[in-house]
Design a binder for this molecule. Structure first.
Ligand code: HEC
Ligand code: HEC
Ligand code: HEC
Ligand code: HEC
Length: 123
């Protein structure tokens, strides 16, 4: 079936574009259901686009996105300076935040791949 005003090629193109859009919308809706914004980010009223932008399906955000609000490793290390060792200032340098933190899933202390720091509690 051809819609009035469409030739075969542009009809195929329109259908292909519509399919991609439906697939993207589906992925985003599934993501929204499975990806509750946990902890302080949820309470602070962040939305998906704060971390994922708004072009295309969400992927793991770059560290620069986190630092857009959290400023710098030095600034975060100052907040956890009371902890020994300081998880934000160690021989591991400036690790990607998602080595330890997760916006949606259970966080995991990367240091404990080798150590056993039981007192460092991730939310
Ligand atoms: C505070 C930043 C932040 C916010 C806000 C956020 N996300 Fe995420 N999202 C992440 C991070 C970081 C990951 C990487 C996995 C992880 O660490 O949880 C991720 C992963 C994902 C993934 C999996 C991507 C992949 O390639 O595996 C989807 C889908 C997703 N988020 C959807 C959403 C949706 C939908 C919202 C809004 C309801 C949202 N996110 C809000 C940071 C965020
Ligand atoms: C749009 C701004 C914004 C972005 C982007 C953002 N955050 Fe946050 N984050 C906040 C605010 C606001 C809070 C609550 C106040 C505070 O603790 O500074 C917070 C709190 C946190 C906390 C404290 C944990 C808790 O739940 O109490 C962690 C850890 C954190 N952010 C990590 C990240 C990581 C990792 C990323 C990147 C994936 C990120 N943030 C991106 C604004 C942001
Ligand atoms: C090696 C693991 C690790 C990495 C990598 C890491 N963090 Fe953390 N972060 C922690 C731990 C552990 C805590 C909780 C400390 C506590 O209170 O017990 C924490 C706490 C925080 C807090 C709350 C500070 C407060 O006010 O008490 C923020 C904000 C934060 N991290 C942001 C970040 C951001 C942004 C990045 C990346 C630039 C990052 N972290 C990288 C382990 C890590
Ligand atoms: C790949 C393995 C590995 C990871 C991951 C790792 N470390 Fe280490 N760390 C070591 C080794 C090896 C030493 C040296 C041990 C020695 O000489 O006693 C060390 C030594 C240390 C020391 C000084 C010695 C001590 O035990 O007091 C501290 C503090 C430390 N690490 C903190 C951290 C922190 C914080 C993290 C996470 C940000 C981390 N490490 C991640 C392997 C690791």
């Amino acid at each position: 079936m051809l819609l009035p005003g469409f030739d075969k090629a542009s009809m195929a193109r329109a259908i292909a574009i519509a399919c991609v859009m439906v697939a993207l919308a589906g992925a985003f809706a599934a993501g929204a259901a499975a990806n509750e914004i946990k902890g302080a980010h949820g309470r602070a009223g962040l939305t998906c686009t704060n971390c994922h932008g708004d072009d295309g399906a969400p992927s793991r955000p770059a560290m620069s996105v986190c630092l857009g609000c959290h400023v710098s490793y030095d600034a975060i290390a100052a907040k956890t300076a009371h902890l020994s060792p300081n998880p934000h200032k160690s021989h591991q340098g400036e690790l990607r935040c998602t080595y330890c933190h997760s916006a949606h899933d259970t966080p995991k202390l990367y240091c404990n791949e080798c150590h056993d720091f039981k007192h460092l509690n991730l939310k």
